[in-house]
Design a protein. Structure first.
Length: 167
């Protein structure tokens, strides 16, 4: 396990299964507000139920992290998983509380993820970004590969953007 990463006003730590409810709440507060500028209501009403649920497997994988404020509230979450035995990985379920945007939380989560992924032998990370998140991912070094459609667990097809970053 890697050490916590402490920053001004928050710390990054490895998520645990006990964080499932708090990450659920974070996703419910964030995605509906943040995505509404880039997706029509008809898309969000169908897609959000499948997007605002934390995945138990991520909470237990050891490479998913939470950013915790001084008061213990989760301000952000995100991480990565390896693609099989490859030297490639995927960025997974990144979110920042809408009241904590532009405070370095998302960037800190990504920098932590990049460092740990690199230390574990990964050379490339891919992400399937929402339209809303493309500028953020570009700012942390990802390049756009092109548009894509993601089929959510609910069967809904959600427009996204495939991006990649070398480590």
């Amino acid at each position: 396990m890697h050490q916590d990463d402490t920053r001004a006003g928050f710390r990054i730590r490895t998520a645990t299964p006990g964080d499932l409810g708090a990450v659920d709440r974070l996703l419910r507060r964030s995605y509906p507000k943040l995505l509404k500028a880039d997706y029509p209501p008809s898309t969000l009403v169908l897609a959000l139920p499948g997007m605002i649920k934390a995945r138990p497997s991520l909470m237990a994988c050891g490479t998913y992290y939470v950013a915790e404020g001084d008061n213990g509230q989760l301000l952000g979450a995100g991480g990565w998983t390896r693609k099989g035995r490859e030297t490639r990985g995927d960025i997974r379920h990144v979110v920042t509380d809408p009241l904590a945007l532009r405070q370095g939380i998302g960037r800190a989560l990504m920098q932590h993820s990049f460092a740990v992924a690199r230390a574990n032998g990964l050379v490339t990370l891919e992400c399937w970004a929402t339209r809303t998140a493309v500028p953020f991912y570009k700012a942390v070094g990802f390049e756009v590969l092109g548009p894509m459609e993601v089929t959510l667990g609910t069967g809904v097809v959600f427009p996204a953007v495939r991006m990649e970053r070398a480590l």
